[in-house]
Design a protein around this ligand. Structure first.
Ligand SMILES: CC(C)(COP(=O)(O)OP(=O)(O)OC[C@H]1O[C@@H](n2cnc3c(N)ncnc32)[C@H](O)[C@@H]1OP(=O)(O)O)[C@@H](O)C(=O)NCCC(=O)NCCS
Length: 328
């Protein structure tokens, strides 16, 4: 089979207007700006308005990505929304987005791989285009993590924010596009980061609500150690599969969870900070939305040029991880 080269032909992002600063969190839990900044690098994060759900954020980001790609909404063959905060169990957020966009010809489904979801989505979409099944796929990472965050738990509430990033994938000239994907999972670590309530194991009940089972629970230190180990390892493996080396990297676009985790990946890859997109100071961890928002901002800031070698790398609940090498 002849595989078509596939790349990103348009990016877009949307973050809600409402800013939740470290100073405001100081009024809510026993914490302080200095602790949050030195331990995480985060200064503020965004919060969706009460009437906004994940598909609303996804919609705004998608419009921008579609416009940037220079295609029409009818050209979209498939919509993949990576999210752990869907509007509802079903219909999928991708179907809700399809209706909002009026993308009548598009198939649609959600993908659940937590913070690695966007890279899982890229891998899925690019293979569908490479094999000729589809021409244009909209891949969105969108989250309203504020809806599953316990704002009385200082271990988690300082970390998370809301936002959406979208890309359109399509065919690109020979030599460009995705060169490799490295995806992985370790279900044995699922307990480290989870929302256990509301599913078939523990359906919503007065008890599940009062015992806070619908919020994110995290063993921060264990997740931190896993992240430090996996970020460098996954990026290395993606580069190896692409037949490239760390010297080839022009821009690393990592998952934005903690600046110390990103720093450890930079050390492992011998990369200076100028070759890394970091925006977690403004947005915190937006799970599946972090990488596409960082990508869209890097592009807006003129940090990406034709022919540049980009590396995406992320990790998250599941546990899951993913990395990819792309020639822009
Ligand atoms: C959560 C995280 C920032 C905590 O940083 P840390 O350096 O590991 O800190 P620890 O968890 O060891 O906690 C150290 C102390 O700070 C306290 N602390 C935790 N959160 C605090 C806060 N917001 N403000 C002040 N103190 C806090 C802890 O209670 C602990 O106190 P103790 O020693 O008296 O028990 C860090 O572990 C992390 O980023 N983990 C990865 C999280 C992540 O990326 N999750 C999403 C994955 S996609």
């Amino acid at each position: 089979m002849n595989l078509h080269p596939v790349g990103i032909i348009g990016t877009g992002k949307y973050v809600p207007d409402r800013i939740l600063s470290n100073q405001e969190l100081e009024q809510m839990v026993e914490t302080n700006d200095e602790w949050i900044v030195t331990r995480t690098g985060i200064r503020e994060r965004r919060m969706a308005a009460p009437e906004q759900a994940t598909s609303d954020l996804a919609y705004q980001a998608s419009l921008k990505a579609i416009e940037a790609a220079g295609i029409t909404i009818e050209d979209i063959d498939l919509i993949i929304v990576s999210t752990i905060t869907p509007d509802m169990f079903f219909p999928s957020t991708a179907c809700l987005l399809q209706e909002k966009l009026g993308a009548k010809k598009a198939a649609a489904f959600d993908l659940s791989a937590a913070c690695s979801g966007f890279i899982y989505g890229l891998a899925t979409a690019s293979n569908m285009i490479a094999t000729g099944m589809y021409k244009h796929v909209l891949v969105v990472g969108a989250e309203t993590l504020s809806r599953i965050t316990d704002y009385t738990d200082r271990n988690t509430c300082i970390l998370f924010g809301d936002g959406a990033g979208a890309v359109v994938l399509g065919q690109v000239p020979e030599g460009r596009g995705f060169k490799s994907f490295e995806l992985g999972a370790d279900g044995g670590g699922g307990e480290l980061l989870k929302v256990s309530g509301g599913g078939s194991r523990l359906p919503a009940s007065a008890d599940s609500v009062s015992s806070k089972q619908h919020y994110i629970h995290m063993a921060g230190n264990d997740v931190f150690k896993f992240a430090v180990r996996i970020m460098g390892g996954a990026a290395d493996e993606a580069l190896r599969k692409a037949g490239m080396s760390k010297e080839d990297i022009d821009l690393l676009v990592p998952h934005q969870a903690n600046v110390r985790i990103i720093q450890s990946a930079l050390n492992r890859l011998d990369l200076p900070e100028e070759k890394c997109m970091i925006n977690l100071d403004k947005y915190g961890n937006m799970s599946a939305a972090s990488i596409p928002v960082a990508l869209a901002e890097a592009f807006e800031q003129g940090r990406i040029n034709e022919g540049d070698c980009l590396v995406f790398v992320g990790f998250g609940g599941g546990l899951t991880w993913g990395a990819s090498v792309l020639i822009w």
